[in-house]
Design a protein around this ligand. Sequence first.
Ligand code: NAD
Length: 383
Amino acid sequence: MKAFNFFIPTQIRFGVGRLKELKEFAPTYGQKCLLVSRPLNGSLKETYSEIIALLQAVNIEIFFFDEVVPNPTIEGVENGVSIAVKNKVDFVLGVGGGSVLDTAKLIAFLHNSETKIDWDKAISDYDNPFSMTPSPKESLPFIAISTTSGTGSQCTQAAVVSDTKSKNKITLFHAGLFPVIAIVDPELMCSVPSGVTAATGFDAFTHAFESFLGGRTSPMTEQMSLQAIQLVLDNLPKAIADLKNIEVRSNLAWADTLAGMCLANGGADLPHPLGEIIGGICPRIAHGDTLAIVYPAFLNYKADKAPDKFIQVANHLNLKADPGALVEAILNLFKITGLSSALEKANLTQQEIESIKGHPLLSQLQPENSDRIHQMMDESLNK
Ligand code: NAD
């Protein structure tokens, strides 16, 4: 059997109603907490109130950073670190989708009494998902409560932020970016609107699928990927039709968690850096939608490169043993969920299209394959 590594240090508390357990374990991490979130009076208002009550019931003092934006920014992380340092918090709690969790994990990880973050150093020090370098000395414990089913951020060592000046999305990797504890309570996801459900559900699919295509698969991640792929294909259309169905939401949350562990251990493929080029230039586009924009061209390319892997997935799904059958099933999911109109919805300007097509990363990702990658991006934007 193939030798492999598998690493996930996060304690995952999965299931309906598990949110309440926050008050049991939060005091273990101290008495002062930074709660990182979207605006407190937004769509997750009731969840935030419940969390505040749970923490106050065990005398935890709460400080707030509720200014996280979708496709979060390095300025947000810096503001959060300032609040954490000024109030000498003991731990960071992130409650939200990937944007909030990534901001919160970076605040905890890069927490530093100097408050100034050296981003160039952070980018060069933390660029490898699989290295085992020590965490910065002043890092704080980070607890994640996920409210979307997509990024897997509650169980990955990655954090993505946008540099608004250079218009680039930056991904930092380090074992210290795994949360100490993650609560995955599907009840919190019933309020996710249909467009976000589609984009996030597809994101989970991509983590499972791309890690399956890569060279770092293991007997563990292969099984987890296949299960997550099937869960998304079966449940995402049902979730769009019935947003508050707790069974369906649970299945998607489970797919997201499995796929996150696959991503953490197997890595992603080309659609992720390509999607991040689009998201860096156009932060208004949801991460899952940027993936939907590049996926049809990627599937075309990859079905030829890795037909055996496509057939393995097709077999697992009881489809015809043909790469084309899997591509058709994925494109069918796009039609049912509205993801096929992601490009139209993005409404890219000519200037944005030119910046995306001219992005230097397109030549740097796989220099030997640069023409094909440029072609993939052209096909994606010229539909
Ligand atoms: P998001 O966190 O940006 O949330 C999208 C929208 O949904 C926001 O308006 C948010 O307020 C709203 N929302 C979240 N939960 C809700 C709920 N329960 N009810 C109603 N509304 C809710 O979206 P996302 O897709 O979860 O995260 C995207 C970010 O995660 C991107 O920056 C992406 O690059 C990053 N990402 C990180 C990883 C990782 O491993 N760290 C992996 C993939 C993507």
